[in-house]
Design a protein around this ligand. Structure first.
Ligand SMILES: Cc1cc2nc3c(=O)[nH]c(=O)nc-3n(C[C@H](O)[C@H](O)[C@H](O)COP(=O)(O)OP(=O)(O)OC[C@H]3O[C@@H](n4cnc5c(N)ncnc54)[C@H](O)[C@@H]3O)c2cc1C
Length: 220
């Protein structure tokens, strides 16, 4: 069962900046904007391969969301689309709070007095995000219809629809712990469309466990 405080809503850009700021305050070196091409491990170290260099560390925590299976083996993980739309209410019929409707599958989040985010359109699964099918016009129409239904107004204007996606696992539970590939590669992934609300707590607990004890055979 999931509890969604504030309907699970997180300002992801602000959260990411605050995570980086906090990591730096705790003495971490943060490299932003680089794409990891591959990760690997041997007896001496874990390696992170970038375009022009390889970084070495005792361990690597792999938290690349839906792209994680392209970097390491993650049993059973697949991708699911989450088409989300921005909708305008000319009549300013925007509720003051989020609404999640289990019956229709629709949900809305207010974004000021005139705009809202709307979701609930049909989702699709694929092995990787490059293979996902998106019918953005169809999804947008459905999201706007759900927004109208949930606000009780007929005059919603669809603005745009984004092709979001997340990494899913068969039981919707995340993979947190050593990868089947190597103990030096630690997974924190597969949050199955629900991660925004509990990733901070998961990250704190994983960091605590990694600091307290190293995986079998791996130097601390
Ligand atoms: C439209 C939408 C709405 C959602 N709404 C909610 C909600 O209301 N409540 C909720 O709890 N959850 C929600 N979720 C789900 C939540 O956002 C995810 O579960 C969560 O973000 C997953 O976190 P993550 O750290 O595993 O992956 P991500 O947040 O996807 O982060 C992975 C990061 O790794 C980076 N990366 C990937 N590959 C590489 C590479 N090769 N090299 C370098 N960097 C790489 C990516 O750029 C990204 O920054 C929503 C998701 C979507 C798409």
């Amino acid at each position: 069962m999931l509890h969604e405080p504030l309907a699970g809503y997180v300002d992801t850009r602000l959260a990411a900046r605050l995570f980086v700021q906090s990591a730096k305050e705790h003495g971490a070196q943060v490299l932003e904007g680089s794409t990891v091409l591959r990760v690997g491990a041997d007896r001496e170290s874990a390696q992170v391969m970038l375009a022009h260099a390889t970084l070495r560390a005792r361990r690597v925590v792999l938290a690349a969301g839906a792209a994680t299976p392209s970097l390491a083996q993650v049993p059973g993980m697949y991708c699911r689309s989450i088409p989300l739309s921005s909708v305008r209410s000319p009549a300013k019929a925007v509720p003051a709070h989020c609404i999640i409707d289990e019956v229709s599958g629709g949900y809305i989040r207010p974004d000021g007095s005139e705009f809202l985010f709307a979701g609930g359109a049909l989702q699709h699964d694929a092995a990787s995000h490059q293979q996902l099918f998106f019918d953005l016009p169809g999804a947008g129409a459905r999201n706007a219809e759900l927004a109208q239904h949930l606000t009780g107004t007929q005059a919603m204007q669809l603005l745009d629809t984004r092709p979001g996606y997340d990494g899913y696992t068969p039981d919707f539970l995340p993979h947190i712990g050593p990868s089947p590939d190597d103990q030096r590669i630690v997974l924190a992934t597969g949050f199955s469309g629900r991660g925004a609300k509990y990733i901070p707590a998961v990250a704190v607990e994983l960091a605590r466990q990694l600091a307290a004890k190293s995986p079998a055979g791996v130097p601390a």
